[in-house]
Design a protein. Structure first.
Ligand code: NAG
Ligand code: NAG
Ligand code: NAG
Ligand code: NAG
Ligand code: NAG
Ligand code: NAG
Ligand code: NAG
Length: 443
């Protein structure tokens, strides 16, 4: 229902006159549609329609930085904080005063928990290793909050605790990126069977039989009711219509089936859309030629988050809920459509990159709305991955969304980099370390 078809690509040349923000939105939408293997060729073919405009100057809050730094494998951690052993099974110190989301990325010589060889659940656009990414330094970091450690994800313990339980990840393709990471961490213990999926593999469900554990991803990029107008080829004939006072039934109708919910709003809110409230059009964001009131994106985002929180508070079902915050992108030297890249090979240090205004704005709204939540029996926690993700410009697929993009015998036009989704293995594996910690250790 809310899916955006690949036919969108065909409209791009027409839309090029409409200004760069439109491109960003279209690009984001296409990226977030998820680029699964069977679509990949459609995807790259579609770029043939494009002629890119010149790179634009983007003021993005980035501090000046020498081009490329050597990988420091032995970055000293904050020595004022006692180091704690990270082996599994060890109890970690009380974390009363530790903010899990304030910290730094430190060297992790032991590397990722899985590889492209050991996990077959990595989708091609995320499989940077297999796609020929030459540098590997980005794999050797772990997130270290000031004042405590986050233990590595413990698949045995997780699966043990999740017997007869079910999880749903609800949102856009960043959630799909996340679920792949989670499955890859779990396959050591048990390989799941996919038991259901929608036509386009956007909503999927897996079952870990011997643990009777169900893991689902529910495609709902706006979380609210949204309509697109597409024909059978997925060609959109009109702007998205987003209802700011009605949640998306796709997830609310299944909500009661899940013991754990991981949910997030995201980049789809930046897209061109007509907004409805109370069955009336109240305005539009970046619509052209429609004579509708322009509404800035923060209004619908806040409205929908309020509605989601209200649903959590009033629903009789009280699952354990994690709200994951905004994911920043890291396009540099241009936007996605003008040759923007993300070819850094080491994380930023704290303060080196402050994020773009729009990212700050959206993240700020999430924090404010979270503060305002009336808990009312719901077990709701913030998975505030924004800040730590901001520091990882090195973790995106970039050109390695495609198979060996620089091989001479791969006849392919230049395709935009993906500086929004993440390589797997990669930085977002640490999101699961944090999930584990929030679910098991923190009261
Ligand atoms: C995994 O990546 C390595 C490079 O890091 C490559 O040599 C190997 O062929 C890849 N394996 C698969 C199954 O793609
Ligand atoms: C070390 O950690 C403390 C908090 O425990 C923090 O205030 C300080 O900024 C950190 N120093 C560095 C260099 O990261
Ligand atoms: C899981 O469910 C089965 C069947 O209802 C039950 O026999 C078993 O004790 C349950 N296990 C746990 C850990 O709850
Ligand atoms: C699996 O878990 C569900 C609850 O999620 C329970 O109803 C069912 O009985 C369990 N099945 C088995 C075979 O344990
Ligand atoms: C919705 O519209 C109806 C009828 O126009 C009105 O009575 C009601 O107060 C409106 N509700 C909100 C929330 O605006
Ligand atoms: C735009 O809408 C306003 C009020 O709804 C109306 O007065 C005006 O004539 C419209 N302009 C065009 C070009 O349709
Ligand atoms: C990164 O990309 C920019 C822009 O394309 C280029 O100028 C720079 O040399 C690249 N850096 C590396 C390390 O490849």
């Amino acid at each position: 229902m809310v899916e955006m078809g690949w036919g969108e690509w065909d409209r791009w040349p027409l839309l090029q006159r409409r200004g760069s923000h439109v491109f960003l939105k279209l690009f984001v939408s296409v990226l977030l549609v998820g680029i699964s293997f069977r679509f990949f060729f459609v995807f790259s073919e579609s770029f043939a329609f494009l002629t890119f405009s010149q790179p634009t100057d983007v003021s993005d809050g980035r501090a000046p930085l020498p081009d490329s730094q050597p990988i420091e494998k032995d970055v000293a951690s904050n020595t004022s904080v006692p180091e704690i052993a990270l082996e599994d099974g060890i109890e970690y110190p009380q974390k009363d005063k530790c903010d899990l989301f304030m910290g730094e990325w430190i060297s992790n010589p032991s590397g990722p928990a899985y590889t492209n060889e050991s996990c077959s659940f990595i989708e091609p656009p995320q499989n940077c290793m297999k796609n020929g990414r030459p540098d590997t330094g980005y794999l050797y970091w772990r997130w270290k909050p000031y004042g405590c450690n986050v233990p590595r994800f413990d698949a045995e313990r997780f699966m043990d605790a999740m017997r007869n339980k079910s999880w749903a990840l609800i949102g856009d393709s960043i959630l799909r990126n996340h679920v792949q990471s989670l499955i890859c961490l779990l396959v050591k213990v048990e390989v799941p069977v996919e038991v259901a999926h929608d036509e386009q593999y956007k909503s999927r469900r897996w079952h870990f039989r011997s643990h009777n554990f169900t893991l689902a991803i529910i495609w709902s990029p706006f979380l609210a009711k949204a309509e697109t107008f597409e024909n059978e080829d997925g060609i959109s004939s009109s702007d998205i219509e987003l209802h700011l006072d009605v949640l998306d039934e796709k997830w609310t109708s299944q909500y009661h089936n899940f013991d754990y919910i991981l949910i997030s709003g995201g980049q789809w809110f930046l897209k061109t859309a007509i907004y409805w409230e109370n069955n009336t059009i109240i305005g539009c964001h970046s619509c052209q030629g429609k004579n509708l009131t322009e509404i800035p994106v923060e209004y619908p985002f806040r409205k929908v988050l309020q509605l989601v929180h209200q649903f959590f508070a009033t629903s009789k079902h009280k699952p354990f809920i994690l709200y994951r915050t905004w994911t920043p992108d890291h396009f540099e030297n241009g936007e996605w459509f003008s040759g923007g890249t993300c070819n850094r090979t080491v994380p930023y240090k704290e303060g080196e990159f402050l994020g773009r205004d729009i990212d700050h704005l959206m993240h700020g709204i999430e924090l404010e709305e979270f503060e305002n939540v009336v808990v009312n029996g719901a077990r709701l926690k913030l998975l505030d991955t924004y800040g730590l993700s901001l520091l990882r410009p090195d973790g995106h697929s970039g050109p390695y969304r495609a198979f060996h993009p620089f091989d001479k015998n791969m006849k392919r036009l230049t395709i935009p980099n993906d500086c929004l989704h993440w390589c797997l293995p990669g930085p977002i594996d640490s999101w699961n370390d944090l999930v584990m910690d929030l679910v098991f250790n923190q009261s």
